[in-house]
Design a protein around this ligand. Structure first.
Ligand SMILES: [Zn+2]
Length: 191
């Protein structure tokens, strides 16, 4: 019986990874044992997903995205090219006495990304950060703090500049969207 998902000949999907049906895994991508990828996802060229990562359905991980252990990615999330989701708050190769650190010598602090959120290209998301549902992170940002649902952030460090609709347009002061007409409950104080 054939696979229910597509893997390019140059991609590496570990035997212990779970991949949902309809998912496409492109050239040179790597999915390690223990990772769980949902249905109808696209992993672009060179995308890297470590073990202990959970990815929802209909997620796009673009070219050369790196998702490190502990990350939890909701349904419908977009991660732009070359963005990185980190997981070690205090990275050191060695312990204070000079020994090479092993898994037991550091704590995993994975990134959480809510349903429908989008992360532009070339972003760095620091360990332990939570990005809210339908939030948007501008390209090239370094996200050091949590992002609220529907929040639009950018810069280094990324700052909240507006709130955006599910469709991606900025919300008006009454929390409606001029582009698609959708209304929203207030999410916070408009910056
Ligand atoms: Zn809208």
């Amino acid at each position: 019986m054939g696979l229910s998902y597509c893997v390019h000949a140059t991609a590496e999907v570990a035997a212990g990874a779970e991949i949902g049906s309809g998912t496409q895994i492109w050239n040179e991508a790597q999915v390690r044992a223990g990772a769980r990828i949902g249905r109808d996802c696209i992993l672009g060229k060179g995308a890297y997903v470590e073990g202990d990562v959970v990815v929802g359905d209909r997620v796009k991980l673009h070219t050369r995205v790196s998702v490190f252990a502990g990350a939890r990615i909701g349904d419908g999330v977009f991660v732009g090219p070359h963005s990185i989701l980190l997981n070690d708050r205090r990275p050191r190769a060695i312990t204070p006495d000079g020994r090479l650190k092993r898994d037991a010598d550091w704590t995993v602090s994975g990134v959480t990304v809510g349903q429908g959120a989008a992360i532009g290209g070339g972003c760095t998301i620091l360990p332990g950060v939570t990005i809210g549902r339908h939030a948007m992170v501008g390209a090239g940002s370094v996200v050091t703090r949590d992002v609220p649902d529907h929040g639009l952030v950018y810069g280094n460090p990324a700052r909240l500049v507006a709130y955006v609709c599910e469709c991606g347009e900025r919300l008006l002061p009454d929390w409606s969207c001029a582009a698609c007409g959708r209304g929203h409950e207030p999410q916070g104080v408009l910056p």
